[in-house]
Unconditional design. Structure first.
Length: 441
C-alpha cells in the first residue's frame, strides 16, 4: 500500500505528530535529524507573543534563564527558533507521559513512591527558586516522567508566557479550577512566588498519597473559601509523618508556611533522600534567544514540507496491529499511548460508517474528509474537549488499517473512548492470533 506522507522539517528537526494542545501552545513530537534525539516542540504564534513589548521582555528573560537550567528534574529547554510566523521552543522529550495519568490509572501511590516524586519535585523547585525562577502554575499536568520514571517539571519559568498567551492570568492558567493555587494567589494580592509554589507542592503531595485533591468543590466560590481556610481532611490511613508535613505546607498564612530548608530537615521527607546530581550550565549560549526576540529575518529557521511515499506491507501491518491489545496501553517505556491502530475487515466506507455510529452516541461531533475523520466531544472533560483523529489506510479492498489518535484532551478519557470504540467494532476488528497462534507474539 502506498500513501503520500508529508514530512515536515523545522531546521534540523523532523517534525512528527501532535502530542497535545497545552494551555498556550501546540506541542509536537520531533527528532533532531543530526543526533537522532527526540524532542518536544512547543509551537507558538509569534505575533501574539511579541505584541506586548513589556511582556515580551519578560518572556525573553524567562526563556534565557531556562536555557541555563540543567536540572535532572526539570524539562530541559534546548533552544528557541523562529520562522516568519512562529516561535518554536525545543524541549527535552519526556517519554513517560504525565504523572497524573499514572495516578489516575494506578490509584494513589505508596508512601515510598510518593516520597520519591516529592523529593524530586522539591529538589527541582528549590533549584529554580535559587535562580529566581518561579513556576506559578504547578499541577500534576506539568509533572512529566522520563523513560526511567524520574520526574521532569515542564513549563518551569515560563509563567509570563502562559499569562501572555492566555491573556486573563490566573483563571486561564488554571482552566477555571484553581485547585492547586495558594490562598494568597487567589486573593490576588502581591505574593511571593516561592511560598506559593510550595503550597502547590503540598497539594500535589496530598494527591499522590491519597489519590484525590484536598480542596474540591463544583462551586468555585466554595472552593475558594475552602482553600483560603485550608479546610481539608487527611485520609485516616496516612502516616503521622506524612500528615504532619502536609499540614505544615498547607498553611494558609504564607509567612508561617514551611520553607524548603525546613522541608529538607523533615523526618518523613528525609527518608532515602538523595540530593540531585548535576552540572551547572553557565556556558549556554543565548544567541538564539536574542535572534528570536530581535526578530531578525536572516535567522529565520527554514520550514519545509516534503511529500514522501511511504509503503506499508501486510507484515508491517501485522506487527503494528499489536497495539490492539489494550494491555499495551499502559506498559513499556513509552508510558501512556496517545495513538493506536488496528486492522479491520470490511470496506473503507463501511468502516467510516461504523466509527461514526460508535462515536455519535458518545457525544462526538464528526467531521469527515474522505477516509480521515475528526471527532470532537463537545462535553468538556478533565482537560477540555477530547479530540480524536482517525484515518483509514487500505491494505486490500477488504482489509484496512484504522489509526486512532488523540489530538487534544485527557489521555485516560481517550483510552476509555478507544475501549468503547473497539468493543463496538469488535465484529470487524482483525485480531492477531485469530488465524494462527504465531501471530500473537
Ligand atoms: O495532551 P497530553 O496531556 O497528552 O504532557 C503534555 C501534554 O500531553 C505534552 O504535551 C501536551 C500538551 O502540553 N508535553 C508537553 N511537554 C512535553 C515534553 N517535554 C510533553 N510531552 C513530552 N515531553
Amino acid at each position: 500500500m502506498n500513501r503520500p506522507k508529508v514530512q515536515r522539517r523545522v531546521g534540523k528537526y523532523e517534525v512528527g505528530k501532535t502530542i497535545g494542545q497545552g494551555t498556550f501552545a501546540k506541542v509536537r513530537y520531533a527528532k533532531n535529524a543530526e543526533t537522532g534525539e527526540s524532542v518536544a516542540l512547543k509551537i507558538l504564534d509569534k505575533q501574539k507573543l511579541l505584541k506586548n513589548n513589556k511582556m515580551s521582555v519578560q518572556i525573553k528573560r524567562e526563556i534565557s534563564t531556562m536555557k541555563l537550567i540543567n536540572h535532572p528534574n526539570v524539562v530541559r529547554l534546548y533552544e528557541v527558533l523562529a520562522s516568519k510566523t512562529k516561535i518554536y521552543i525545543v524541549l527535552e522529550f519526556a517519554m513517560g507521559g504525565e504523572l497524573v495519568d499514572k495516578i489516575r490509572h494506578d490509584g494513589r501511590l505508596k508512601e515510598d513512591g510518593a516520597r520519591r516524586y516529592f523529593q524530586q519535585l522539591i529538589n527541582a523547585v528549590d533549584y529554580c527558586h535559587s535562580r529566581g525562577v518561579y513556576h506559578r502554575d504547578l499541577k500534576p499536568e506539568n509533572l512529566l516522567l522520563d523513560g526511567q520514571g524520574n520526574l521532569k517539571i515542564s513549563d518551569f519559568g515560563l509563567s509570563a508566557l502562559s499569562r501572555q498567551a492566555g491573556g486573563d492570568g490566573l483563571l486561564h492558567t488554571t482552566c477555571g479550577t484553581p485547585n492547586y493555587a495558594a490562598p494568597e494567589v487567589l486573593g490576588d494580592q502581591g505574593y511571593d512566588g516561592a511560598t506559593a509554589d510550595l503550597w502547590s507542592c503540598g497539594v500535589i503531595l496530598f494527591e499522590l498519597l491519597s489519590g484525590h485533591l484536598p480542596f474540591e468543590d463544583s462551586n468555585l466560590l466554595t472552593l475558594y473559601n475552602k482553600i483560603t481556610a485550608a479546610e481539608y481532611n487527611c485520609p485516616y490511613w496516612l502516616s503521622p509523618g506524612a500528615k504532619n508535613l502536609i499540614v505544615r505546607i498547607l498553611d494558609p498564612n504564607p509567612t508561617t508556611r514551611i520553607k524548603v530548608p525546613e522541608i529538607l530537615e523533615d523526618a518523613w521527607f528525609k527518608k532515602d533522600y538523595k540530593p540531585a546530581v548535576f552540572e551547572e550550565r553557565e556556558e549556554a549560549k543565548l544567541d538564539d534567544v536574542e535572534d528570536v526576540f530581535k526578530d531578525s529575518e536572516e535567522h529565520h529557521v527554514t520550514e519545509k514540507k516534503e511529500e514522501q511515499p511511504t509503503s506499508i506491507n501486510a507484515f508491517e501491518l501485522i506487527s503494528m496491529s499489536r497495539a490492539l491489545d489494550l494491555g499495551n496501553f499502559f506498559e513499556g517505556e513509552e508510558g501512556f499511548k496517545r495513538e493506536t491502530r488496528f486492522a479491520a475487515i470490511g470496506g473503507a466506507n463501511e468502516l467510516v460508517q461504523k466509527i461514526e455510529a460508535a462515536s455519535k452516541p458518545l457525544g462526538f461531533d464528526i467531521q469527515k474528509n474522505n477516509y480521515k475523520m475528526r471527532l470532537e466531544n463537545v462535553n468538556a472533560g478533565r482537560k477540555g474537549n477530547l479530540e480524536v483523529a482517525t484515518e483509514i489506510f487500505q491494505v486490500s479492498p477488504s482489509l484496512h488499517m484504522v489509526e486512532v489518535r488523540k489530538t487534544k484532551g485527557d489521555t485516560l478519557e481517550f483510552h476509555k473512548f478507544y475501549k468503547k470504540l473497539s468493543t463496538t467494532l469488535k465484529d470487524v476488528v482483525w485480531k492477531s492470533g485469530d488465524t494462527s497462534d504465531n501471530n500473537n507474539k
